[in-house]
Write a protein that binds this ligand. Sequence first.
Ligand SMILES: NC(=O)CC[C@H](N)C(=O)O
Length: 507
Amino acid sequence: MFAAVRAPSSSAARSLSLCALRSLSVVRVGKMSPSHTLPRSPSVSSSRGLATAVPALDIAITSSPAPESQPATLHLKSGQAISGKSFGSPRTQFGEVVFTTAITSYTESLTDPSYQGQILVFTQPLMGNYGVPDNFSGYSPNGHAEDVDVGAFLESRGIQAAGVVVSDLCERFSHFEARESLASWCARHDVPGISGVDTRALTTLLRNQGSTLGGIVVGEKHDVKPEADQFFDPMELNLIQSVSTKHAYTIHPRLGESGARAHIALLDFGSKANIVRCLVREGVSVTVLPWNYDFNAVRDRFDGLFLSNGPGSPNSIPEAIETTRKVITEWNRPVFGICMGNQIIGLAAGATCYRMSFGNRGHNQPVISLSTVGNCIKAGRVYVTSQNHGYCLSWDHDAPNGGWPAGWIPWFVNANDGSIEGLRASPESGKLVWAAQFHPESAGGPQDSHGMFTDYVDEVVKLRNAEGRSVGKGLEEEQLVPAPRSATGTPIGHVVSPSTANVVSPK
Ligand SMILES: NC(=O)CC[C@H](N)C(=O)O
């Protein structure tokens, strides 16, 4: 079944270059007629059904060649091979092959730094149909000022996945926010893709055999099986250090620093931008810290700590586990973790983590809440969630409290596979620590659990008021770089200039 899957033939894609006059950055777009201008309507209906003012952008289109599509084969280390044709960057790339059942939001998924090192297979057959927006067009669909800092649409500045596998690649995209095709976006970010693959059959294979290494091989010798040592497991690397910010910076809410309800520190393991958007929209200032920042040296300058998502294995960052252990044993302010953050809090609390057979990636993962917390999460309810993870906290059914130390309880379980989907400090422990394995910030995905951000920030503000503290002042000016304020700034989840200030040295 996997030997001879063929891509439909098509003429070589013509591509054009698109010059956004505002930023003077040059990007390529897919099939369009050369030398014309795309005007932006001053007022259109947004994808969320709201009548939204859109700033007019004149986009000049000029011809320029796109990478030619070439024969390509996806080789799996387990021996299977599936042929198709290349798109994006015409080069060979190895990694872990994982699948997502998400049917939309390929732009958000591909810019999620948690996909570093992974070749992402989309089970949904048609990909690329609504193109790719300009993250820094200066336009925010919901009119949020803070989108200028973290970008309006994407989860980081570039494509983070190592490669892309699709069934049908749509080259004639259509969406009022689209600026280029999926193929030209991948080419611009030097990311290889393969189309014409029966991704549903491939997914069945990946589900049956579990976590699988593979490589997209492009060009003349695409069908020659790579040597065994060319396949490598990215999960053995510290991927977090390459995606975490290298310096601390602060983003204030719309009302400015003086209007902030609290000041939260975010340990950036490869944070999705929407975590920052969700926090800032709750009216707090957020200081984004490198993954190995010595938070304990500055913790009392903040009202709460947030631990982000991130790529790779949680065991690759023992320094962060140790920092977190100190935080949750010595500090009594609210702490929240998402995905990698959940795993780090669990390990710091004394639980263990395992690599799942094929992980949970998609926007339709049901989780059952085991306890009521705040206004959003009620015990016994099912929440449909967005997920992207291959590791999970262990739970030993034969051990007291699942093998977890006293004072820690599971918060959610997955309704499909029974895996642990979050933990919290028990109410009796007096600690204010919660974490979710899934992504309440979504982007993309259902927003059932968005209210967890409101509940967390409310808890932070409640404690601050109860203790009579004023809003945390965050880091001193000289410990920060200026917050990113433009397309040339430093968006979340992207490598920036190095700084060694207050960073724990890796062993
Ligand atoms: N989204 C995430 O934070 C993923 C965490 C970790 N890399 C995993 O795969 O389990």
